[in-house]
Design a protein around this ligand. Structure first.
Ligand code: KG4
Ligand code: ZN
Length: 336
């Protein structure tokens, strides 16, 4: 069975072709990133994003088909991101998916974006079966959710304000690193002094899985304001390492708390921030000696892409739990 996956919830127009046999294979996964269109504004402008998706989506879908060595008529089913995300961009993806599905005479299924992020990890561990604990860390979400059979989700905890990726991006902007800044901070931090400055770790000592990152942004603002530009530039690597440590430290300590609380022996991580090497390193350090199975997406599949959306649909197809557009609730996060 050949699937076309379409992702357009934010600033990436992404399509992928996946082959579902005994194992699922990603045949192609191209995307167009709108970073340049939004860079001048320092963040994603929903209107601009929707227009760019409209311009690019057919071209990216055609590219995915061509790269996979198939034709549009080989497509058996389409999966698209139904939400959560920006309304205009979501509408472009959904309309394109439904129009194409009608034309090809195949079904189109709406997929929850966060379920997509977790399915990216499943692609590398296809024997994975719930129950397990999930950590979703992206530009819009930071949540610890228990997944049980039948796609039953229970929220263990989530952020009260900013998401982890948002914290990377906003703090990076204050340090003059452009948008998005997560990957840049990760690169600059390699081999640098993580103890150079102690940035705050909100709610760390609290026995729960609640996160808060908005105070960190203020702390970085005060830090930057009270030092010269030269000082920041000279010590940029150490500052990035300290900042990364404060975000990752919180993510790991709350995840450890949730693992103990739920007694889960498997942890599945997804979302753009799951590309972070320090997060991977510290979670491995905790999980491996304790026999806890740790599933990450391939790094290239951590950030938004079309393959994760098709993968999520395939996971649901295997369980006869696919949702068509009439019964998806685009505004719903995984667990409320
Ligand atoms: O999942 P994603 O592509 O989009 C959303 O669904 O939000 O995540 C994007 C986020 C951005 O905030 C970006 O800065 C962050 O993921 N990110 C990283 C890294 N790569 C991307 N954060 C930390 N380290 C990275 N290597
Ligand atoms: Zn995402």
């Amino acid at each position: 069975m050949i699937w076309l996956g379409i992702e357009s919830s934010c600033d990436e127009t992404a399509c992928a072709v996946l082959e579902q046999g005994d194992k699922v294979r990603v045949l192609s996964n191209p995307l167009y990133s709108q970073i340049q269109e939004h860079a001048v504004f320092g963040g994603v402008v929903p209107e601009v994003a929707a227009r760019e998706h409209l311009k690019k989506i057919y071209g990216i879908a055609s590219e995915a088909i061509k790269m996979a060595g198939v034709t549009f008529s080989d497509i058996d089913a389409i999966a698209f991101t139904a939400g959560p995300g920006l309304m205009g961009p979501l509408l472009v993806g959904a309309s394109f998916a439904r129009g194409l599905a009608l034309d090809l005479g195949v079904p189109a299924y709406g997929i929850n974006h966060l379920e997509g992020h977790l399915a990216a990890a499943w692609l590398s561990a296809q024997d994975l079966k719930p129950p397990f604990l999930t950590l979703t860390v992206s530009g819009g979400h930071t949540e610890l959710i228990l997944e049980e059979p039948g796609f039953k989700y229970t929220a263990i905890g989530r952020t009260r304000d900013d998401a982890a990726g948002e914290a990377f991006d906003k703090c990076g902007k204050l340090l003059g690193l452009g948008y998005p800044a997560g990957a840049t901070i990760g690169k600059l931090a390699v081999g640098k002094n993580r103890k150079f400055h102690h940035f705050p770790r909100a709610l760390k000592g609290k026995a729960d899985a609640e996160f808060s990152f908005s105070g960190l942004k203020t702390a970085v603002l005060r830090y930057v304001e009270s030092r010269s530009t030269e000082y920041i530039q000279e010590n940029l690597g150490d500052i990035c390492a300290s900042l990364e440590e404060s975000i990752v430290d919180i993510l790991v300590s709350k995840t450890v708390w949730a693992l103990k609380k739920t007694g889960m022996k498997t942890l599945v991580v997804g979302g753009g921030v799951s590309a972070n090497m320090r997060l991977r390193e510290l979670l491995e350090k905790y999980c491996l000696p304790r026999g806890i199975r740790l599933c990450f997406p391939e790094r290239s599949l951590s950030t938004d892409n079309g393959a994760m959306i098709a993968a999520a649909a395939i996971r649901r197809e295997k369980e006869h739990a696919l949702l068509n557009i009439e019964n998806v609730k685009p505004w719903m996060p995984l667990a409320l």
